[in-house]
Design a binder for this molecule. Structure first.
Ligand SMILES: NC(=O)c1ccc[n+]([C@@H]2O[C@H](COP(=O)([O-])OP(=O)(O)OC[C@H]3O[C@@H](n4cnc5c(N)ncnc54)[C@H](OP(=O)(O)O)[C@@H]3O)[C@@H](O)[C@H]2O)c1
Length: 332
């Protein structure tokens, strides 16, 4: 059976070339600033073995997209140039490749695409079955697209790596950001006490999603509000990471999603865990996250919407690093 799928996988792209349909997509033809995000008419991809062809209705922006675009993300732009960015999508299955068992044409799904592949800023994208889950029934495609990468990041850091438990205290830096705002909601669902940092203008918002203690990182020192914490989620790095090491309780864990400083790699203390991680797609975790959205535990937060052709403006907004929740591209 595997050999059959392998042969079909070889034949499909060749067959597809004979009846090539095109689509609109944002394609990078050279690394650079937001202006390299141009709308092009390019061939529609073809679903291979274990893959879905998704008619994309919304794609989210993540800071990593801007790093890939600028040529700063090394292996993450693995496919090389030309390249269609975008790791978060929501849409409708328009074709299924051989071997797909869990999805049918017409299903509404959302997905985080593998970081070495991308392809989300387009009318059609290839989604591996192992990356997808049914879209929550109570969300729009825009809200659904805002979820996968940040929610999987929060899930994997808080639950898989740090093993956050009810009654523990977690410090979430950048609590109003894409990752932070979902991490806050997941930590509260778990029963943890949540301290979060943000600019003052975001504090009401943070309290609204359940934060117990808010800290204005611009005017206050988080050390004055957070001591002996069990877990720190670090999307900031640098001095923020170094200072966070001192407020962990014995046995506590700092998980960085932006890499480790020299002090993080070799902490003064031997009684703490310091871990750096990179999010991975997971259809099973995404399905659990979809359930939590349907139950009202996680509320998607979309702050800015841009049409596909304005991806440049969306990246400019992302690069301000001033936001609340997510930025989404609408794809009609
Ligand atoms: N390793 C991984 O797997 C992984 C996965 C996802 C994301 N990341 C990385 O994690 C970082 C955050 O991602 P994101 O999607 O959450 O970004 P984002 O939504 O763009 O984050 C914006 C937020 O950052 C806050 N912020 C900026 N500087 C801050 C500081 N010094 N202290 C506290 N908050 C600060 C801002 O808060 P105010 O507006 O309140 O000032 C804003 O709300 C990015 O660098 C991203 O590339 C890594």
């Amino acid at each position: 059976m595997k050999i059959l799928f392998f042969l079909i996988g070889l034949i499909l792209p060749v067959a597809g070339l004979c009846q090539q349909t095109t689509m609109q997509a944002i394609q990078i033809q050279q690394f650079g600033g937001p202006e390299v995000l141009e709308l092009h008419e390019i061939p529609q991809p073809i679903a291979g073995v274990g893959e879905l062809l998704l008619r994309v209705h919304a794609a989210a922006i993540n800071p990593v997209d801007t790093s890939v675009r600028a040529g700063r993300a090394g292996g993450l732009s693995g496919a090389g140039i030309p390249y269609v960015p975008g790791f978060d999508v929501s849409g409708v299955v328009s074709a299924v490749g051989p071997g797909v068992t869990g999805f049918n044409i017409g299903d509404e799904v959302f997905a985080m695409l593998d970081l070495r592949r991308g392809g989300g800023y387009a009318e059609y994208a290839i989604v591996k079955e192992s990356e997808a889950a049914l879209k929550p029934t109570n969300t729009s495609h825009e809200e659904a697209a805002s979820i996968p990468l940040v929610a999987l990041t929060a899930w994997q850091t808080l639950f898989e790596i740090a093993d956050l438990q009810a009654g523990q205290t977690v410090l979430i830096h950048a609590g109003a950001g894409g990752v932070g705002s979902v991490a806050v909601q997941l930590a509260k669902w778990k029963g943890a006490r949540v301290i979060a940092t943000a600019s003052e203008y975001n504090h009401d918002f943070l309290r609204g999603i359940g934060v117990d203690v808010t800290v204005d990182y611009r005017t206050q020192r988080f050390e004055d509000f957070a001591q002996d914490v069990d877990v720190v989620l670090d999307p900031i790095g640098g001095e923020t990471q170094v200072r966070s090491l001192a407020i962990l309780k014995q046995g506590g864990t700092l998980v960085s999603i932006v890499g480790l400083t020299p002090e993080g790699r070799n902490p003064d203390r031997s009684d703490i865990n310091v871990i750096s991680t990179l999010v991975q797609p997971s259809s099973s975790q995404l399905a659990e996250i979809a359930q939590l959205i349907e139950q009202g535990v996680i509320r998607p937060i979309v702050n800015y919407r841009f049409p596909l052709q304005d991806a440049k403006l969306a990246h400019e907004q992302s690069e301000t690093r001033r936001s609340r929740g997510k930025i989404v591209l609408q794809i009609e």
